[in-house]
Write a protein that binds this ligand. Sequence first.
Ligand code: PPS
Ligand code: ADP
Length: 189
Amino acid sequence: MQDSGIRSTPRHTPTVIPRTIWLTGLSGAGKSTLASGLGQQLKEAGYACYVLDGDVLRNGLCRDLGFSAEDRSENIRRVAEVARLMNEAGIIVIAALISPYQADRLMARNIVGTERFIEAYISTPIAVCESRDPKGLYRRAHAGELQGFTGVSAPYEHPENPEVSINTALMPPAHCVAELMRHVLDNVE
Ligand SMILES: Nc1ncnc2c1ncn2[C@@H]1O[C@H](COP(=O)(O)OS(=O)(=O)O)[C@@H](OP(=O)(O)O)[C@H]1O
Ligand SMILES: Nc1ncnc2c1ncn2[C@@H]1O[C@H](COP(=O)(O)OP(=O)(O)O)[C@@H](O)[C@H]1O
């Protein structure tokens, strides 16, 4: 066969390993802020990514669920299943859920696949979260208007071995996002 002489231009196409970065931490710790900042940076760097925010999903996919231990577990299971599907489609997922129980986070890791799962503990101390109180939920929980509120009247089990740990009380948001971005880039190519 005659050589047409046409050559495709060699391109550097990075082999992206689509990970799920699972942000866990108290309400007000900074999960949503960092998830959206990280999502924006990844998009700007050319990666396909998607933010699954517990707060948002509870208005749709998980709107039938409350905050009992069982419902939180089901919430996390559903989000982890979605994350797995998105990873399989080549999309980097950033999940931001309180996910207060160790067993549920382990379940999420197993559903997504342990090699794909990056647990990022947003370790902001509760005193800082309470002073931020961006939605007034701590005030309502202390006033007895909100039952089973994580950190006040429901437990938060600290991750024992997270891949990343970030205390947002110590650095401005941009630095926290940069720290997460560095970790993700080290792990997606
Ligand atoms: N009782 C109680 N405990 C904790 N959080 C509560 C509760 N009631 C409502 N909210 C609001 O729900 C958001 C947490 O949803 P998650 O899906 O992340 O929670 S969980 O992972 O299933 O525990 C959480 O969002 P964030 O503040 O962004 O964390 C709250 O706004
Ligand atoms: N370094 C920081 N990183 C993230 N959020 C911060 C930081 N410093 C202050 N904040 C503020 O803390 C609040 C965190 O709220 P949010 O991101 O909704 O937390 P969560 O999703 O964990 O409930 C926001 O009002 C944010 O502006």
